[in-house]
Design a protein around this ligand. Structure first.
Ligand code: SF4
Length: 283
């Protein structure tokens, strides 16, 4: 994007294209204008780390039954009212509690955990990893150099250049396809076309891709909603697994009722008309 005001730095990581004064932080709270460019303010700042079963990502058809060391930082470029990780996704460097680690240190830790407890590599998850994509890239290279695997869990709302740079380094990904339209993404503050493009780009690059749709009552719980989501995925490949998951009250929707199990199971059947592998989650 052309920057007409030389005092502003423009971020090209996601479709928001934040225009920032020197020292200012972007909408995601993870990137900051520094020295005339926008850098990742959350680089190497780890808020969460855990050894998770890969099924918890959720990823069902890539190294099933194995663990992956999962790390997160802070910040997110979306504002989902139902966020399940708002304590890290909706804060910045001023309020997040983090410890610092270099990519090499994390990759060494992943290797140590593999020897001691079993671990296939590193998963970039919990907050939105792509708002700090440079750290994902640098970690992924270190992980690859140690013969391990990289897993991305993301909202997928990023510019094509970011996804293209990361795709060759990512072995498996779960991308949220949160809703069926830009209208839905207007509600959560994202870009539907960018997310669809990310799914396609990762799949084209040979990455194992799965998708997740959280069914939110009254928002994306009609047969037509799920059929439209399944159609999008089918247009990339009908064999991409889709996780249809149940909403529980959280964050700004703490007073809402959870999605019924019957609804989730029914919508999974709707998706199965187009897709070969549909799973239910949180049921
Ligand atoms: S990644 Fe963050 S700073 Fe960059 S455009 Fe998106 S919201 Fe703005």
């Amino acid at each position: 994007m052309q920057n007409k005001d030389p005092r502003l730095s423009v971020c090209s990581t996601c479709p928001r294209h934040c225009r920032l004064n020197e020292g200012a932080t972007g909408f995601c709270r993870a990137r900051r204008a520094e020295g005339g460019r926008v850098v990742a303010a959350n680089y190497g700042k780890i808020t969460s780390i855990a050894l998770d079963p890969i099924e918890k990502k959720p990823i069902a058809f890539f190294h099933p039954g194995e663990n992956v060391l999962s790390v997160g930082s802070f910040g997110c470029n979306l504002r989902c009212p139902f966020c399940q990780n708002d304590s890290i996704s909706q804060c910045g460097a001023d309020s997040a509690r983090y410890q610092s680690a270099t990519p090499a240190e994390l990759a060494d830790l992943a290797l140590r955990v593999r020897r001691e407890r079993g671990n296939i590599g590193l998963a970039y998850t919990y907050n939105e990893p792509l708002v700090g994509w440079e750290f994902v890239r640098d970690c992924a290279k270190e992980v690859r150099a140690r013969g391990m695997l990289n897993v991305l869990v993301s909202n997928g709302c990023a510019e094509a250049s970011v996804v293209e740079e990361l795709a060759p380094l990512i072995d498996a990904a779960n991308i949220d396809l949160k809703g069926p339209s830009q209208e839905y993404y207007d509600w959560v503050g994202g870009d539907f076309a960018a997310v669809c493009r990310t799914v396609r780009a990762l799949h084209s690059a040979g990455c194992h891709v799965e998708a997740t749709t959280l069914v939110v009552p009254g928002r994306n719980d009609s047969d037509g909603d799920i059929d439209a989501i399944a159609e999008r995925i089918e247009s990339v490949s009908p064999d991409i697994p889709l996780h249809v998951t149940r909403f529980f009250p959280r964050y700004q929707m703490a007073a809402a009722a959870p999605t019924s199990v019957a609804t989730v199971r029914h919508l999974a059947d709707v998706a199965r008309r187009r897709l070969s592998r549909v799973l239910v989650g949180n049921c």
